[in-house]
Write a protein that binds this ligand. Sequence first.
Ligand code: GRF
Length: 222
Amino acid sequence: MSKGKLKVGVLVSGSGSNLQALIDACAAPDHPAEIVLVLSNRPGVRALDRAKAASIPSVVFDHKNYADRAGFDADMQQALDEAGVEFICLAGFMRLLTTAFVEHWSGRMINIHPSLLPSFKGLNVQQRAIDAGARFAGCTVHFVTPEMDVGPIIQQAVVPIHDDDTGDTLAARILVQEHNIYPACLRWVAEGRVRIEGERVFLDGATVPDAALLNPSLEKSD
Ligand code: GRF
């Protein structure tokens, strides 16, 4: 019996460029995951247009209409269940989730964050990395646990910080890498190759690089 594709729900709040990267990756006929629902807490965002253009059902639960997080999460849960969602990708989703919701999806929900976690959790992280004098920034795909921007890390991409970087220029270069690693991580998960052991994640058949990155690079002496 052939196993079906992993049914994925993507939670968004904004532009949805990571959603687009996931949509594009899942469009490959051999991709082991399919996006069955896009869920937004904000009406009218570009991510919803992207879902529509890809003929993916979407639903909006405007958080402003809810008195508490529990009610909001319960409605999301119902929509996810009705769509048969088995796995969640948070893609620029800007709402804190209740512990009950996160625990229900434990090991079945991942997030992308534009820093090298565990450094720079929260907001405005690209500018904060520059201001802290860091030489490298980057992005992280991790499993979601109740604490924000914490959880076993699947993959990271390192992006050097340039002397003339602003938060925006650095964010743009990090975003390019986000679009690489998020679809890769979803594929690995859907292929059943990702194993969580405590705080660590192991990927069957992973290629681990030896080379270190230096910033600035060493100068060549002839
Ligand atoms: C990305 O930088 C992501 O890492 C962060 O929010 C941003 C969302 O961008 N969590 P987009 O909506 O995917 O374009």
